[in-house]
Design a binder for this molecule. Structure first.
Ligand code: IPM
Ligand code: MN
Length: 376
């Protein structure tokens, strides 16, 4: 039974978050024109700046509204100098709180270089990697590892002497993220750019850490169910250099929470910088999509930052929603936004400052929305 609309909860959050979310909304609205299915948007205020003003991270009833929607689009959270008394960043509830609270165990971060986009290695804008050689998806475990609130400190006489962060790797947590990586690799038509091989790379530090040995053993066990896919391994330190040297080798990558946090920022350099890095936080029931770049306080309110990561996140949102509800009309909308983005990027007609251009955030939104309307 298909519905005539779906509700997207918008969490604009802090800093430049509201600006990029506003542009994504423009683009998504354009994608819904001429379609029998529409998205409805319900914005919920919250985050660090909201907390600084009101003493709570959510607008009244905000957290409840989040669960009533069909999908979530998050801008960014965090503001300099705003911390919670418990030592967590203000804005915690919108990111880590929802990852844990909605059990969004898979952080899915595609790393793809679009034609027309320049890398961000050093100060020169140029093309080091061929776009066709950068096309991978990194799966970051999102509900355990070093992010589990198993932290503590020993304070004596008012002075902190010892701090502890405990890394937790569970069988359930490892298995479900690894399985998702294999399922995605299986469903993907493209293999690694290097050789077309459909490959899943396990990134860990199993030469030292027990949790990583367990993660790798789980990887090997799950891999047996997918004989058609190649298994591949990399220690996280070596992965750092291979990622930059031979991105074409990678197809689907799976790793633990903290390593995934680090390597996806590194990987963003391959795809044009954080302005292009998008992520999906996905569980069995809920999905939250976001640009990875954060609130970028120094650019807040300037209409300057690159909204393409949020457009990419919007495509991911549409695809996820389409799959969840078996609604091919949403796949059509996702494809329209995707090809509009590709056209605008290839033409280089909406380059923001991070790409050496002069387009504003809203110029880029207008350009992509117009291109969406032009896609038949
Ligand atoms: C990310 C961010 C978050 C994380 C922060 C904002 C808590 O860096 O989504 O990668 O560490 O996961
Ligand atoms: Mn991060």
């Amino acid at each position: 039974m298909s519905r005539d609309s779906y509700e997207v909860v918008l969490l604009p959050g802090d800093g430049t978050g509201p600006e990029v979310v506003a542009e994504a909304r423009k683009v998504l609205e354009a994608a819904g024109e001429n379609s029998a299915v529409k998205l409805r948007f319900s914005p919920v205020q919250g985050g660090a700046q909201y907390y600084a003003k009101h003493g709570s991270e959510w607008e009244p009833g905000g957290r409840e509204k989040v669960e009533k929607g069909d999908a979530i689009l998050l801008g960014a959270v965090g503001w300099p100098g705003v911390m919670r008394p418990d030592g967590n960043i203000a804005g915690y509830e919108l990111v880590l709180g929802l990852r844990f609270g909605l059990d969004l165990y898979a952080n899915v971060r595609p790393c793809k270089l679009y034609p027309g986009v320049l890398h961000r290695l050093g100060k020169e804008y140029s093309q080091v990697w061929k776009p066709e050689n950068v096309d991978m998806i990194i799966f970051r475990e999102n509900t355990e590892g070093l992010y589990v609130p198993a932290h503590g400190e020993l304070t004596r006489g008012g002075a902190t002497e010892v701090t502890v962060d405990t890394r937790i790797i569970t069988q359930k947590g490892a298995e479900r993220i690894i399985r998702r990586a294999f399922e995605t690799a299986k469903a993907r038509t493209r293999g690694a750019p290097e050789d077309g091989v459909r490959r899943v790379t396990c990134v860990d530090k199993s030469n030292v850490l027990r949790g990583c040995q367990f993660f790798r053993a789980t990887f090997d066990r799950v891999a047996q169910e997918y004989p058609e896919l190649e298994r591949d391994y990399a220690y996280v330190d070596a992965f750092g250099q291979w990622l930059v040297r031979n991105p074409e080798h990678f197809n689907v990558v799976v790793t633990t929470n903290m390593f995934g946090d680090i390597v996806t920022d590194l990987a963003s350099v391959l795809q044009g910088g954080m302005g292009f890095a998008a992520g999906g936080n996905v569980g069995d029931r809920f999905g939250m999509f976001e640009p990875v770049h954060g609130s970028a306080p120094k650019y807040a309110g300037l209409n300057k930052v690159n909204p393409f990561a949020t457009f990419e996140a919007s495509v991911m949102l549409l695809e996820w929603l389409a799959d969840q509800h078996h609604d091919p009309r949403l796949h059509v909308q996702a494809r329209r936004v995707q090809s509009a983005m590709e056209k605008v990027l290839a033409a280089g007609s909406a380059r923001t400052y991070d790409q050496g251009g002069h387009a504003t955030t809203s110029d880029a939104g207008d350009a992509v929305a117009a291109a969406v309307r032009a896609v038949a």
